[in-house]
Design a protein around this ligand. Structure first.
Ligand SMILES: C[S@@+](CC[C@H](N)C(=O)[O-])C[C@H]1O[C@@H](n2cnc3c(N)ncnc32)[C@H](O)[C@@H]1O
Length: 208
């Protein structure tokens, strides 16, 4: 991965959705979320680190409003073109970087995030912020890589090499979440990798 993650995402945005693995991954995560979380038209949602909104678009029919948030201007530009071209009227985009920006005032009944946690150093603070952004009660769904040997991004990557499920569960509990459960929702194959070649993706569902 590029040493400048923001530029990497800006540059990849226009072709992001042409990678079938990314599309299939988001659909698999959406299906598992629908199986495990009682979504409904009365609920407001936030997807944090939405990229081009693959997950948010898949969940939009099952929620009231959903806000798709990302820090990358390139991703947001592609997302906004997709929203404008869609018939959905319950999607909105917003620029949000919880590492740098103040917490917005809105609160959500459902928050999801796919393959974004490993790019954010302070997972503990991120989970506390998402707890604050949640309504009095709600569901958090985080999908990301299980702990891996660093082959996923290769040399130079400074984020997390996936997550140990038990450690992430403890961090989520410390942030205030409860009823935390994990399942394996997808596997990414990288046959060209010099190390690990198969990367499981977990879905953590937690309640406030
Ligand atoms: C691997 S991509 C995943 C995108 C999308 N969730 C998907 O699965 O197709 C990670 C996304 O997280 C975003 N991101 C990275 N750091 C972020 C931050 N601090 N705040 C908000 N978004 C961030 C990137 O811009 C990028 O869109």
């Amino acid at each position: 991965m590029n040493m400048n993650p923001s530029k990497h995402f800006d540059d990849s945005a226009a072709t992001w959705d042409s990678d079938p693995t990314k599309v299939t991954r988001a659909l698999a995560v959406a299906e598992e979320i629908r199986r495990r979380v009682p979504l409904g038209a009365q609920m407001t949602g936030l997807e944090y680190g939405c990229g081009t909104g693959l997950l948010g678009f898949a969940l939009q029919p099952y929620l009231g409003q959903i806000t798709l948030a990302d820090s990358s201007p390139g991703m947001l530009a592609t997302l906004e073109a997709k929203i404008a071209a869609s018939r959905a009227n319950n999607l909105r985009s917003t620029k949000l970087d919880l590492v740098a920006d103040p917490l917005p005032p809105e609160r959500y009944d459902f928050i999801c995030s796919l393959m974004t946690f490993h790019h954010i150093d302070d997972t503990s603070r991120l989970l506390r912020d998402l707890f604050t952004l949640m309504s009095a009660s709600g569901y958090l769904c985080v999908a990301d890589l299980d702990a891996e040997d660093g082959s996923f991004h290769g040399p130079g990557f400074t984020g997390h090499n996936g997550f140990d499920r038990r450690a992430l569960e403890r961090t989520a509990k410390d942030a205030g979440f409860r009823n935390i459960e994990f399942s394996t929702v997808f596997r990414i194959d990288k046959p060209e990798s010099p190390g690990q070649t198969e990367f499981p993706v977990f879905l953590m569902v937690a309640e406030k």
